[in-house]
Design a binder for this molecule. Structure first.
Ligand code: FES
Ligand SMILES: [Fe+2]
Length: 393
């Protein structure tokens, strides 16, 4: 019976839902960062495994929400545990402030938008897009608002997303990520939103990890007879990618969708790519068919990550028909990933520590950590890299 139960759960993990993450009992964490496993070694146990390692990159753009979700009500979120409220203020433009009223610390996300101002629920102090208090309802005299302000976060709305620069009162010198294909009508597209109980790094690693697909997603993607293929790994200052060479069309329902119209026998072009600070791309091309899944991740806290996955595709069948077939499959795959990431985090909590043993086919995870860690420390990015490995998938 036990075996049966295990098999059942293996094949049918409960659906992970868009849930708010339960409050997390913070593990001992002094902010120091240890070494991740060295991917050049066949196997390695992390030296310091008495606590978890999370890199905090605040001088970066992250998605706060989708444009369609920001209406007449302010929305609250956190980025690295910092409470932020986003709202549409002057001329309907998106703005973001620290989610704490200067008067008595009430979350401004409880407030309302009145006369294009974010108005606190308690005494009605009104804030403009820059965080300046421009009205105190019970106060007879005017003026003095400049001393009554809350920190403001730079905000840009682009391609259906509201981006926030995660460090307040800073004029960013960079711009948010631009999605390829999203403005190109020759591509079909749809977006899936998730929240997972996992660190930014663990989530990125999962999205860009090949070997788990044959197990966690068996039947949906890979899991048939393995093939030996080559992965070429390249790193630049702000990104690292693995190009998989010589992989035939994998087995599984999702792969069959990619193979629609394929005459057979052709190798697929497959890239997995990480772009600083929190973007993953999985790209497949087969003949004239092209499928790209770009995920933009927002670290809500050390162990809660929200992401939107934008899937763009050009395949030889009508976009809407493809979406009707493919979206449920993509959702099932992401549900499985969200479920396993939650189990990983719960094990870290239970053991009050994290330990990693890696091999060289853990291709991108340790390298992504190296880049995040360097940025967290203010070190220069790891230098360019190109190497190849063999793996069975
Ligand atoms: S606490 Fe916000 S107006 Fe008083
Ligand atoms: Fe996965």
């Amino acid at each position: 019976m036990l075996t049966h139960a295990l098999v059942f759960h293996w094949d049918n993990p409960p659906l992970a839902r868009k849930t708010s993450v339960k409050p997390f009992h913070r593990l001992r964490h002094d902010g120091t960062l240890g070494e991740m496993p060295d991917p050049s070694q066949p196997a390695h146990i992390a030296a310091d495994s008495t606590r978890y390692r999370v890199a905090h990159l605040r001088e970066q753009w992250y998605v706060a929400c989708r444009s369609k979700d920001l209406g007449k009500k302010p929305l609250g979120l956190t980025i690295y545990d910092t409470p932020i409220v986003v709202f549409r203020g002057t001329d309907g433009r998106a703005a973001a402030l620290l989610d704490r009223c200067a008067h008595r610390n009430i979350p401004l996300s409880l407030g309302r938008i009145e006369n294009q101002r974010l108005t606190c629920r308690y005494h009605g102090w009104a804030y403009d897009n820059d965080g300046t208090c421009v009205g105190v309802p019970a106060l007879c005299e005017s003026g003095g608002g400049e001393t009554r302000r809350v920190p403001a976060f730079a905000t840009i709305e682009s391609q259906g997303f509201v981006w926030v620069f995660a460090s307040p009162d800073v004029e960013p010198t960079s711009e948010p990520f631009t999605f390829p294909h999203l403005d190109d009508d020759s591509f079909g597209k749809f977006t899936l939103d998730y929240e997972v109980e996992a660190s930014l790094h663990a989530t990125l690693e999962n999205m860009l990890d090949v070997p788990h697909t044959a197990f966690l997603h068996r039947g949906l993607f890979r899991g048939g007879t393995p093939n030996e293929i080559t992965a070429v790994i390249r790193r630049d200052a702000d990104r690292i990618e693995a190009q998989y060479v010589g992989e035939p069309l994998p087995s599984g329902l999702a792969a069959r969708i990619l193979g629609i119209g394929d005459s057979g026998g052709e190798a697929i072009e497959h890239y997995d790519r990480f772009i600083m600070p929190s973007i993953s791309q999985v790209e497949y091309q087969l003949g004239n068919s092209h499928l790209l899944a770009t995920s933009v991740l927002t670290p809500l806290s050390d162990f809660a990550t929200r992401f939107s996955t934008v899937i763009t595709y050009r395949l030889p069948i009508p976009h809407l028909l493809l979406r009707a077939v493919f979206e449920p499959v993509a959702r099932r795959i992401l549900n499985q990933d969200a479920w396993i990431l939650g189990r990983q985090t719960q094990a870290v909590r239970r053991f009050e520590r994290e330990e990693y043993v890696s091999t060289k086919v853990d291709i991108l995870g340790p390298e992504i950590w190296r880049m995040l860690e360097a940025a967290h420390r203010g070190d220069s990015a790891p230098g360019p890299l190109e190497r190849s490995i063999q793996l069975l998938v």
